[in-house]
Design a protein around this ligand. Structure first.
Ligand SMILES: Nc1ncnc2c1ncn2[C@@H]1O[C@H](COP(=O)(O)OP(=O)(O)O)[C@@H](O)[C@H]1O
Ligand SMILES: [Mg+2]
Length: 253
């Protein structure tokens, strides 16, 4: 096994009923790198990343074929504990979705779900996660206020803190900035760049400048096919396929 690879996708097909959403996708996601997934709406970006933490199986009448390995282990094997997979692979969504609870309880939530009761440990972990998500200074004096009172950008960083609290290895982000203003977007981008030291990050984005700014690798999808996957710089300056070039230069999509 190549030690630089965190997630290995091999010959993956995915269906919603009879409708195919991904065809024959194979790609390796590298450890401690940021991988951007781009492509027109409906091309299968969200479907792909939801396969990485076994979220699609919550949708009835769906089927996956192929293999997805995390650190060399097939996450779809019958021996695997799904709860543990979802702990190892955290997810942040397009629309910030804090629980209607205090800021503190939002971050402590995953720890409590995992059965942790030690109050001191929880307090320290909440503080550390909020610091890692670059929001501690803004909330340290209001930890017990309702999280819904935060701005959109703060809520998204809180959701990142909540994901980090359970010590995942991979962070999946599905268009995490699309509901945010430019200032909050910049903060999230800086945060993501900092987080890659410790985590492997897969980010779906509609914003090609964002992919170009932060991603080490970029994968371009169209209608469920992985068209091209390479170093970001190569995708944006010298793509090897004509359709990739047409997409990144804004000719469609
Ligand atoms: N829950 C679902 N049920 C049926 N079809 C779905 C569902 N979710 C997504 N699809 C379809 O699968 C394809 C890929 O969707 P999606 O992964 O959401 O694309 P993207 O994130 O790139 O916009 C689309 O054709 C979409 O309509
Ligand atoms: Mg999507």
């Amino acid at each position: 096994m190549d030690n630089n690879i965190r997630i290995e996708v091999k010959d993956v097909n995915f269906y919603y009923g009879k409708k195919s959403a991904l065809q024959n996708v194979s790609m390796d996601i590298k450890k401690n790198k940021i991988t951007a997934i781009i492509g027109p709406s409906g091309c299968g970006k969200s479907t792909l990343i939801r396969l990485f933490n076994r979220m699609n199986e919550l949708i009835p009448n769906t089927k996956m074929e192929g293999t997805i390995n995390l650190d060399g282990e097939n996450i779809y094997s019958s021996k695997i504990d799904v709860v543990e997979v979802r702990r190892q692979i955290g997810m942040v969504f397009q629309k910030p979705n804090p629980f209607p609870k205090s800021i503190f309880e939002n971050v402590a939530y995953g720890l409590r779900v995992n059965g942790i009761k030690d109050k001191k440990y929880i307090r320290e972990k909440v503080e550390k996660s909020l610091k890692n998500a670059a929001i501690w200074e803004e909330v340290k004096n209001r930890l017990f206020d309702n999280a819904l009172g935060l701005s959109g950008g703060q809520q998204q960083r809180l959701c990142i803190a909540r994901a980090l609290a359970v010590e995942p290895e991979v962070l999946l982000m599905d268009e995490p900035c699309s509901a945010l203003d430019p200032t909050s977007t910049r903060k999230i981008e800086e945060l993501v760049l900092d987080l890659k030291k410790k985590y492997t990050i897969v980010i779906v984005t509609h914003n090609m400048q964002q992919a170009a700014r932060i991603a080490d690798y970029t994968a371009f999808f169209m209608m469920g096919d992985l068209i091209e996957y390479d170093i970001t710089d190569k995708i944006f300056t010298k793509p090897s396929k004509k359709v990739t070039e047409d997409y990144i230069t804004g000719r469609f999509g």
